[in-house]
Design a protein around this ligand. Structure first.
Ligand SMILES: *Cc1c(COP(=O)(O)O)cnc(C)c1O
Length: 372
């Protein structure tokens, strides 16, 4: 292919500019403003629950504010998804907490509730769990929530990759005490960069709002009783988000069709695709494969695709394998690490929604040639 086939890049539609233009026309291009307010309302309506949303400059900022709201203090143990992007777990360190990583399960590639229960056995003092829904696949929520309830722990839900995915009909991003979504450039919808914190109460939102706007006290002069941050989203950027949100379901449907086409194209190959539970609808943000044991090295396939102008990406390298977390504990369900195995045998394939059927067939052909 002459044109490079990307993993996942932004797709815009034009409506974004209508909201952005309004911000300019009303000379309201500062942080905060009507686009932020409307974007928050529209997102809460989309998610279909009584949420108090706060638009922010990134998903990572939302995860950091969640740590503050959950009251993570220096030395506190926080039980975290192991196989995820580092942004899920870095904010624990911002607050001086200590990540203990919890292994993945086979059926969703997400946090294993059995391993989580074992982690609570080892760290009964833990009061906070950080859970990511990988690649837009909902986690085993009933079991995870039950374990959290049993141990009286707060759940921080990292739904950065999972906006529009549903578990038993309920949207990802509505399960946590605090939930976070991301609008980074490669996510299912994007604002070029941004995120949202979803809380359940007016009080939590107000606390997060204050921290995100330099923790200013209500006084005519600048009065501060806490350390604050500059985490708000700009009114221009929120305009992009409003335009993108109109196309979220369409993006999800395209991603789903891409996943199904891969599934069909690979049905006789020695591999499986990223799995999900019955009665859940992933958003299929990225389509991934897991090569059967001994049937090939995903990095050799990665090289083959790269040589042919097709972008692929290794699975998120588990956090317990990262040098920066060498001193952190890691808990499995009892046996070998599932996350390590998926990392060793897995690969993310191009899942950009502008990919044509011909382009996808080209990718499928390359993958098939790898196993010839
Ligand atoms: C993208 C992502 C984040 C971070 O979101 P940003 O908006 O880029 O800060 C956090 N967690 C996961 C799982 C992500 O994929």
């Amino acid at each position: 292919m002459e044109k490079r086939i990307p993993l996942s890049i932004p797709t815009t539609h034009g409506e974004e500019l209508i909201f952005v233009k309004e911000a300019f026309d009303r000379n309201w291009i500062a942080p905060l403003g009507f686009n932020c307010d409307e974007f928050e309302k529209e997102m809460s309506a989309y998610l279909g629950e009584d949420l108090r949303a706060l638009s922010l400059c990134s998903g990572t900022a939302g995860l950091h504010l969640s740590m503050k709201l959950a009251g993570v203090r220096p030395g506190d143990v926080v039980l975290c998804s192991d196989m995820t992007f580092a942004a899920t777990v870095n904010p624990v360190s911002y607050e001086g907490g200590v990540q203990v990583f919890v292994d993945s399960e086979r059926d969703t590639w997400n946090m294993d509730p059995v391993a989580l229960e074992r982690a609570f056995g080892k760290y009964p003092q833990a009061k906070v769990v950080v859970l990511a829904h990988l690649y837009g696949t909902p986690s085993r929520m009933d079991e995870i929530l039950e374990v959290c309830r049993r141990h009286d722990a707060v759940l921080i839900e990292d739904a950065a990759e999972a906006l529009s995915a549903t578990y038993h009909g309920r949207q990802c991003g509505t399960f946590g005490t605090y939930s976070v979504i991301s609008f980074n450039g490669n996510k299912i919808i994007t604002t070029s960069g941004g995120g949202m914190l979803l809380t359940k109460s007016r009080e939590d939102r107000a606390k997060a709002f204050k921290l995100a706007t330099q923790a200013r006290e209500p006084a005519p002069w600048y009065q501060h009783e806490q350390i604050g941050y500059n985490y708000r989203m700009s009114n221009v950027v929120a305009g992009i988000g409003r335009g993108q949100l109109l196309h979220l379901d369409e993006h999800r449907d395209r991603k789903t069709a891409i996943f199904r086409r891969y599934q069909q194209g690979f049905r006789d190959l020695p591999l499986t695709m990223n799995p999900h539970l019955p009665d859940t609808a992933p958003n299929f943000w990225l389509s991934c494969i897991l090569i059967d044991e001994g049937r090939g090295d995903p990095m050799a396939l990665y090289d083959l695709l790269g040589r042919n102008n097709v972008e692929s990406r290794p699975i998120w390298k588990p956090m317990h394998m990262q040098p920066v977390f060498a001193a952190n504990d890691f808990v499995t369900a009892g046996g070998e690490s599932v996350g390590e195995d998926i990392f060793r045998r897995g690969l993310c394939l191009p899942s950009d929604i502008k990919m044509t059927e011909a382009e996808q067939d080209y990718v499928i052909g390359l993958v098939r040639s790898f196993f010839d």
